[in-house]
Write a protein that binds this ligand. Structure first.
Ligand code: HEC
Ligand code: HEC
Ligand code: HEC
Ligand code: HEC
Ligand code: HEC
Length: 347
């Protein structure tokens, strides 16, 4: 069923969206992951105080692992095995990051944890309870809310802050995604080491799709006009069309062979999470569409494709075109999901 759905979505998407062409960039992304492929909403998100006026943002966030970082079963299981559990809480229930800025105003690269007893209390502080919460990223000193505009409102003090501006947006994400602790792959380190920011890339541009939304209001009557914002329903490889954008594909003749080149276009290693396996199969086709040769590669945690790296599949013989098919296997997926099916003409 899921595979069928993925097929249908992929076909629909490729038919309707020219961004399927390999040379388009991620920053063009318009839509967040299809709802079926995303996580379910988190129970209790409506209790979060921000939801009174920002229900759309909180609902988006509630479908992600940021919303589940503390209540996540996988986290609880691993935590039970760890002796110094406090060392795990730093990124799963952080003290708001902007309440622990360095002397130079920089985001801490080793955030401090909140007191876990607050979370284990019979009536937990719901605004922080779920882990990587609204407060983790937006709460600033003196009760202010930090954001991209600093638009005045009576609801709360709002300040414009560099963390939410294009130049430095990735710093916020790097704070928690760069270290290698427990089962975590520190993929943001790849992003920093290969200086992706210098090429105009940012975590936010790829993982938080652009949306247009009405300004917040308590009574449903916004005082400000609708404007550009970002979806908090993170784009993840659960969405086959997003996953397909991890790779740039090209095919060329080389002597008596045809070579398919698969280049990482993410700015960090792929796959970006433990336990996932991506298989890419290539078929060399003759003019009649008959398969002349086949080859495949599998990439996984221990044999990942580094940022900017290219790998090649060699196909013996000559033909007119190459078909590349990608499949995604992950512990959370009951069946493999087809995320890519592309035909490359040979020059
Ligand atoms: C420096 C920040 C940080 C610390 C400290 C940290 N984590 Fe995480 N954790 C993350 C991030 C970021 C992810 C998501 C990315 C990933 O899975 O690689 C994550 C994901 C996880 C997952 C989900 C993995 C999966 O794919 O299902 C588990 C389980 C987990 N962490 C357990 C732990 C445990 C146990 C500790 C303490 C030993 C710990 N974490 C400490 C940042 C952190
Ligand atoms: C991991 C960090 C992070 C978390 C967690 C987070 N935000 Fe954001 N938020 C951002 C970033 C980054 C932007 C700015 C995006 C841009 O404009 O480029 C943003 C923008 C916003 C905006 C401006 C409007 C818009 O659509 O961009 C609002 C309102 C907002 N967040 C509310 C919330 C609420 C409410 C929560 C809790 C459900 C939350 N945020 C959780 C990082 C975060
Ligand atoms: C009583 C209603 C109300 C509540 C509760 C509320 N907000 Fe707001 N918020 C607003 C209004 C109104 C604006 C201004 C209009 C807009 O930017 O959408 C705003 C703006 C923002 C912005 C944009 C700031 C900027 O740069 O201009 C962010 C981020 C934000 N809120 C986050 C939060 C978070 C996080 C919470 C919960 C801790 C929260 N808000 C609770 C009404 C509220
Ligand atoms: C306070 C620490 C923290 C910050 C800041 C943070 N993350 Fe995360 N992120 C995590 C943790 C922890 C997880 C995994 C939780 C789990 O598996 O239980 C995660 C998961 C994710 C995932 C997988 C989501 C899913 O639903 O599958 C993506 C993508 C991601 N983060 C991107 C970002 C981006 C982009 C930013 C910056 C806007 C960011 N993160 C900022 C800690 C953080
Ligand atoms: C050019 C676009 C792009 C940029 C920039 C980018 N990512 Fe990704 N990211 C992707 C794509 C595509 C995937 C899916 C590839 C995969 O892991 O299979 C991904 C995967 C991930 C995952 C794994 C999620 C999961 O559920 O397996 C995390 C976590 C993540 N990115 C975080 C980040 C952070 C943090 C940054 C910034 C330091 C960042 N990304 C920058 C495109 C991007």
């Amino acid at each position: 069923m899921r595979i069928l759905l993925a097929f249908a979505l992929l076909a629909l998407w490729q038919a309707s969206n020219p961004a399927a062409a390999p040379d388009r960039r991620f920053s063009d992304l318009k839509a967040p992951a299809p709802a079926d492929e995303r996580g379910a909403e988190l129970d209790g998100w409506r209790e979060i105080s921000c939801a009174r006026c920002h229900a759309d943002v909180v609902q988006e966030w509630s479908t992600t692992l940021h919303g589940r970082a503390w209540v996540d079963e996988a986290y609880r299981e691993e935590l039970a095995e760890v002796r110094r559990q406090e060392s795990c809480h730093n990124c799963h229930i952080p003290e708001p990051l902007h309440l622990q800025l360095g002397a130079d105003g920089a985001i801490p690269q080793k955030p401090k944890a909140r007191d876990a007893t607050l979370h284990n209390a019979p009536v937990p502080d719901v605004d922080a309870h779920f882990g990587v919460s609204c407060e983790s990223c937006h709460r600033g000193p003196d009760g202010a809310i930090l954001g991209p505009w600093g638009a005045p409102t009576e609801a709360h003090k709002s300040l414009k802050h560099a963390s939410f501006l294009p130049e430095s947006k990735s710093a916020l994400c790097v704070a928690c995604h760069a270290t290698t602790v427990g089962p975590v792959i520190g993929i943001a380190k790849d992003f920093v080491d290969t200086d992706q920011a210098a090429r105009g890339r940012s975590c936010v541009a790829c993982h938080m799709a652009p949306v247009e939304r009405p300004a917040a209001s308590e009574d449903g009557k916004p005082a400000l006009p609708a404007r550009a914002g970002r979806s908090h329903a993170l784009q993840t490889p659960r969405d086959p069309s997003f996953l397909a954008r991890a790779f740039e594909l090209a095919a060329e003749r080389r002597g008596d062979k045809v070579v398919v080149r698969i280049t990482n276009a993410c700015g960090h290693r792929v796959p970006g999470r433990i336990g996932r396996v991506l298989t890419l199969e290539a078929e060399l086709l003759d003019a009649a569409g008959k398969v002349v040769a086949r080859g495949s590669v599998a990439i996984e945690t221990k044999k990942s494709l580094a940022a900017d790296a290219t790998l090649e599949i060699e196909l013996a013989g000559q033909g007119q075109a190459v078909r590349v098919v990608g499949r995604h296997a992950a512990p959370a997926l009951p069946d493999d999901v087809l995320f890519l099916d592309r035909r490359l003409a040979l020059p």
